[in-house]
Design a protein around this ligand. Structure first.
Ligand code: PNS
Length: 161
């Protein structure tokens, strides 16, 4: 029986840290569903469809990967797609408290689903989508921190300074 996991997140936008986790997940699980949480308040920089497109572009050629948009409870999506695990990244201890709370709440909601924490390569431990947007917004270079397609879209979207 093949094993399937869900890697959820905002991905606004995808970073090389996320991409690293996708690759690591595919070393453990047979199939991966990358689940982009919908942003009903539209407060993100990128629209849902753009965030999905950027992930699809960056993972072209990867085997056994599917990218979906979701709203509602994450554990319901995990059950719906027949997965048994949720992948989350831990970059530093500071991530832990929030992640621990979410993992335990998700376990309370559906105890058959496990959360699996993976560490991205240490070269990516300081990268977050929030910082990427801030740096790019002030005209800083984000080359090597996000996939080339994401960098291009950031440059196109953010006003030049
Ligand atoms: O990339 P993020 O913003 O840290 O991802 C957070 C995400 C999408 C995993 C979390 O907000 C989530 O699971 N949202 C779906 C709604 C839900 O199930 N909430 C209860 C989580 S315990």
């Amino acid at each position: 029986m093949s094993t399937r996991a869900v890697y959820p997140g905002s991905f606004d936008p995808l970073t090389n840290g996320h991409l690293d986790l996708i690759e690591r997940s595919l070393r453990i699980f047979d199939e991966l569903v990358v689940a982009v949480v919908t942003n009903p308040a539209k407060t993100g920089l990128f629209a849902d469809a753009e965030r999905v497109e950027m992930i699809r572009e960056a993972t072209e050629g990867f085997r056994a990967i599917e990218v979906v948009i979701f709203d509602g409870l994450l554990v319901d999506l995990v059950a719906r797609v027949g997965a048994r695990a949720i992948i989350r990244g831990l970059r530093a201890v500071s991530d832990f408290e929030y992640e621990f709370q979410m993992a335990l709440m998700n376990r309370k909601l559906r105890e058959e689903i496990e959360t699996v924490f993976l560490m991205p390569h240490e070269a990516y431990s300081y990268i977050s989508s929030r910082l990427i947007k801030e740096v790019a917004g002030y005209g800083g270079r984000v080359t090597g921190l996000v996939p080339p397609g994401v960098e291009k879209r950031l440059l196109a979207k953010l006003p030049r300074r």
